[in-house]
Design a binder for this molecule. Structure first.
Ligand code: PLP
Length: 475
């Protein structure tokens, strides 16, 4: 007689005992003696090409797709594709795998949680892990007053929620964001996004009440000025242009800003820029929303990039790195702002048990393994190496910038940035274009010195190739 417990519906709890994926330790597949990167086929190889063929038939052609990487598994800063090629990952997905791929602590937390409770909605019920994570995230808030947290499934939902909260809390309608900014692709967020016109093309009318202003992008100043003589004139644009000709500041609910532009090219605004923006907001009772979806979760060597500036946001949006790859976003606001009525905002899945478990484990790993210190140390080493590359190719690398492990090279054109990205891929190095003509480095925060050295060596080789092939185009 079968004595095993039978779950309602007849399924036996141990119907698939010893499933291989469940037993295997994260990273057990990775031979520690194998160099990284190590390409054993063309990229993509035969298996990869099969995936690409199916993909081309059945997926939405709207997906932007950077290059033909077909990842199968990962560990730390290493990714293996379906053909067994090993890549050094300086992308972390798109700045998501903050603790590295398949960090054992994160994997263990997710496995444990999966065996206990896959779903109960925190919208209608009191999921303990939800408030545990809110408590932990509120503890990281760069705000002097107590904070509350709302959990979402993604960055764009965090932005949507933050804008709704700002409108509800102020009773005002308008929202200002910046040229070059990326805040997501759902209707509210995409209306704020202004990093590429194609994100809007064909989708209008967009959310009304959104205005844009120039960002503090010194390398290609939108006002053709130079820092510090400019006296941060891009911020003055709000008072002198928007508030004078377009909108009464008393009707502006919020200014939303990335403390460092993400998709817009890893642009770091000049010293004092965010402080001046905050002062402008304060003068008019406007809330400052920091979108830290890409810059947060330790990437810059502080938990939140805005901490480098001493500016306190009123609301902060997060996603990507906070759960090491599981779908989780959050917006954090001062307690006194989050006074909206029950039912004003909710979500079936936002803050589901698995992402919450991954989020708590991620915070534990960031602290326990001192990954913020590592982001600072490896970031300094990498930016030093990038500056040396710039000295070698001053005509090819226009700018090197970034903070911690949020770094970029700016090339003269998008075409050259793409060639550099592809040259790196052919060598087993994963980097990603950003903005009009930048290539970004956003590796997992567990990256080590040897991997950084390898990345610089492969970037140098890729630059050599671009320099040889395209010198006539640029000089
Ligand atoms: N905000 C910023 C700064 C981002 O970089 C992104 C995504 O790249 C988003 C919002 C949207 O996040 P998601 O793609 O998770 O919706």
């Amino acid at each position: 007689m079968n004595r095993r417990a039978t779950a309602p519906g007849g399924a036996t709890p141990s119907a698939s005992p010893g499933a291989p994926w469940a037993a295997e330790e994260p990273g057990a597949w990775l031979d520690p003696g194998r160099p990284v990167p190590d390409l054993v086929t063309d990229v993509p190889g035969p298996e990869g090409r099969r995936v690409l063929e199916r993909d081309a038939r059945v997926t939405s052609p709207s997906l932007p797709r950077a290059y033909e990487l077909v990842p199968r598994r990962g560990f730390g800063s290493v990714v293996e594709d379906v053909d067994g090629n090993l890549f050094l990952d300086m992308n972390a997905g798109i700045a998501v795998a903050s603790t590295g791929h398949a960090h054992p602590t994160v994997v263990a937390a997710v496995r444990r949680q999966a065996g206990e409770l896959l779903h109960y909605s925190a919208s209608d019920f009191y999921l303990p892990i939800y408030s545990e994570l809110c408590d932990a995230l509120a503890g990281t808030a760069p705000m002097s007053a107590p904070a509350r947290v709302f959990l979402t499934n993604s960055g764009t939902e965090a932005v949507e929620g933050a804008v709704k909260l700002a409108r509800a809390a102020t009773g005002r309608q308008y929202v200002i964001s910046f040229f070059g900014a990326f805040h997501g692709r759902t209707y509210g967020s995409v209306s704020l996004t202004a990093s590429k016109a194609r994100y809007h093309a064909g989708f209008g009318p967009l959310l009304p009440g959104v205005l844009h202003a120039p960002y503090g992008y010194c390398h290609r100043c939108p006002l053709n000025l130079s820092y510090p003589d400019c006296e941060l004139a891009t911020v003055d644009y709000l008072e002198q242009t928007l508030f004078r000709y377009e909108v009464d500041p008393g009707e502006v609910a919020a200014v939303i800003v990335e403390p460092i532009l993400g998709e817009g090219g890893y642009v770091v605004p000049p010293p004092g820029w965010l402080a001046k923006l905050k002062a402008t907001c304060q003068r008019h009772g406007i809330l400052l929303i920091a979108d830290e979806v890409q810059s947060g979760a330790g990437r810059t060597g502080r938990m939140w990039a805005i901490e480098h500036t001493g500016v306190e946001p009123d609301i902060l949006c997060s996603a990507k790195g906070i759960a090491s790859g599981l779908p989780l976003g959050a917006f954090i606001a001062r307690d006194e702002l989050m006074t909206w009525r029950p039912g004003a905002h909710g979500s079936t899945y936002g803050g589901s048990p698995l992402p919450c478990a991954a989020g708590l484990a991620t915070l534990e790993v960031l602290r326990g393994e001192r990954l913020l210190d590592n982001a600072r140390e490896q970031g300094e080493f990498l930016i030093g190496g990038l500056r040396q590359l710039r000295a070698r190719y001053p005509w090819l690398i226009e700018d090197v910038r970034g903070v911690g492990l949020m770094l970029a090279l700016e090339l003269p054109s998008g075409h050259l940035a793409e060639e550099l990205q592809l040259g790196a891929f052919r060598r087993g190095l994963l980097v990603l274009e950003a903005g009009e003509s930048a290539v970004r480095l956003s590796p997992p925060l567990v990256i080590d010195r040897e991997q950084c050295q390898t990345a610089l060596r492969l970037l140098a080789e890729s630059l050599d190739e671009v320099a040889t092939s395209f010198e006539a185009e640029v000089r």
